[in-house]
Ligand binder design. Structure first.
Ligand code: CMP
Length: 217
């Protein structure tokens, strides 16, 4: 529990109190944890694995809002504003989760104001990221959006290799396209175009942003 950033400032005895109100569960990839517009009865903390938060249109099209991982939490919005789930949460990579029931979580916020401050900081960061994406969708071309996404992934998860920065292909073209706000076809086409322009290399399923590109940033 102490590894979850939300609780990292708590003492051992405080952590023990929190532990009493958490429920552990494991879920496999692809499982839907909840749907948009469900009633929100709990917040979830990710101990391991990845969860995708997305909006799904009536015609089945999907827009990924965020991919959350170890240490992140989700499901707080409907607890805080009393509304329904604002998006659908689906397991992307097998997860270990802790859940805390609505009333218990609201009590935690009351007892430990520093946790409330952390929740607010995360909400601000997410709104900032959403604003960035909204700006990009309005002002930037598909290629610019894809380049920006790849640079972000390279910075956050990239591994330095001989000829550049390696992005392990843990996301499919469909997922990458979703994050960049475009179609899978256009993602594949643009990746090939960027490779031809010498901006990146496609190696099996991994991507390498080439050294010269990084140096020109
Ligand atoms: P809730 O509305 O209860 O259920 C869906 C959850 O997805 C929401 O709480 C947040 O935890 C999370 N979520 C919604 N929108 C975003 C976003 N733009 N970025 C990151 N997480 C989000």
């Amino acid at each position: 529990l102490s590894k979850i950033p939300l609780f990292s400032d708590l003492s051992n005895s405080e952590l023990k109190e929190i532990e009493k109100i958490t429920m552990f569960k494991e879920e496999e990839a692809d499982r839907i944890l909840f749907f948009e517009d469900d009633a929100g009865d709990a917040i979830y903390l990710i101990l391991d694995g990845m969860v995708k938060v997305s909006k799904i249109s009536t015609s089945g099209r999907e827009k990924t809002l965020a991919i959350l991982e170890k240490g992140d939490f989700f499901g707080e919005m409907s607890l805080l504003d009393g509304g329904l789930r604002s998006a659908t949460a689906q397991v992307l990579e097998d997860v270990e989760l802790l859940s805390i029931h609505r009333q218990d979580f609201l009590q935690v916020l009351h007892s430990y104001p520093q946790i409330g401050s952390k929740v607010i900081a995360v909400l601000s960061r997410r709104l900032r990221e959403t604003n960035r994406q909204l700006g990009n969708a309005h002002f930037k071309s598909v290629t610019e959006r894809i380049k920006e996404l790849l640079i972000k992934l390279a910075k956050e998860k990239g591994e330095k290799v001989k000829d550049g920065v390696l992005i392990k292909q843990y996301l499919t073209h469909h997922e990458l396209a979703n994050l960049a706000g475009t179609s899978r076809e256009s993602m594949t086409r643009t990746l090939n175009k960027l490779q031809e322009a010498g901006w990146l290399k496609i190696k099996d399923k991994d991507l390498i942003i080439v050294e010269a590109t990084i140096n020109n940033l």
